[in-house]
Every structure is written in C-alpha cells, then in structure tokens.
Design a protein around this ligand. Structure first.
Ligand code: ZN
Length: 133
C-alpha cells in the first residue's frame, strides 16, 4: 500500500495523535510549540506522514510567526497549493504532493527571492540532518 493510497484509518493507525490531527485533519499546532521551529541544523525537512523531501534548511528563515518558515519548497512539485476558505479567511493551504497531507499555509510576506512564506506546522514535518543534494 503506497502512502498516496492510505485510508484515513490507516493513517490514524500509523501516526501519533498530534501528528494525525495536523497532517490528516488540518489542525494547527500552537505557535512557538514546534520542535523544529528553532532548528538551525543543515538538512532536509520531509513530510511527517510519507517522508517525501519537502524543504531544505537553506530556505528556512526566522519569521517570528511561531512556526517553521521557508521561502521556497525543495522542488516546485514537492507541494501542492489548495484554496482554503475555512475560518472566514481566504488562505492558500500547502499539502504534500505525494500523500496529500496538510502541512500549513503559504503567505506572500516572505523574504527575497520568492517573497513567499511557507508557514509549516512542525508536527507536519520530519528532519533529516544530511545536506539536501
Ligand atoms: Zn507526504
């Protein structure tokens, strides 16, 4: 069974409850709570559900918003962007392109060169300390 085809019950069985709530139910972790928020090590951030590589530490920046923030995904097809009209707002939701898990949202107030801020839940990510190559 590939990760892209897992059922909700299968995800619930393999993910810890806090990760399941974020990745599969689009919950948002409390700001400044994530283990990876202050992580400054060199490496690759991967999907917390299917482990697809998503972001490089080279694009991580200190946004002050309380969540791990990146100005660009590892590759243009690593994530998909979905219009999110929940909570009375229009936002752009970021999902893992491989398994469709919720990762966070992207905003247009990031630094150069992209001007984008991928605001990711730490619980939605894993970290591999080897360099992205
Ligand atoms: Zn994934």
């Amino acid at each position: 069974m590939s990760d892209a085809q897992k059922t909700d019950a299968e995800w619930r069985a393999v993910l810890p409850p806090d990760r399941y709530a974020v990745l599969r139910q689009a919950a948002t972790e409390p700001p400044f709570s994530g283990a990876l928020y202050h992580n400054e090590a060199q490496g690759t951030y991967a999907c917390g559900a299917c482990h697809a590589p998503l972001f490089s530490s080279d694009t991580k920046f200190e946004s002050g918003c309380g969540w791990p923030s990146f100005f660009d995904p590892l590759t243009s097809d690593a994530v998909t962007i979905v219009e999110d009209r929940s909570h009375g707002m229009l936002r752009r939701e970021v999902r893992c392109a491989r398994c469709d898990s919720h990762l966070g949202h992207v905003f247009e107030d990031g630094p150069a060169p992209t001007g984008e801020r991928y605001c990711m839940n730490s619980l939605a990510l894993g970290f591999d300390a080897s360099p992205a190559k």
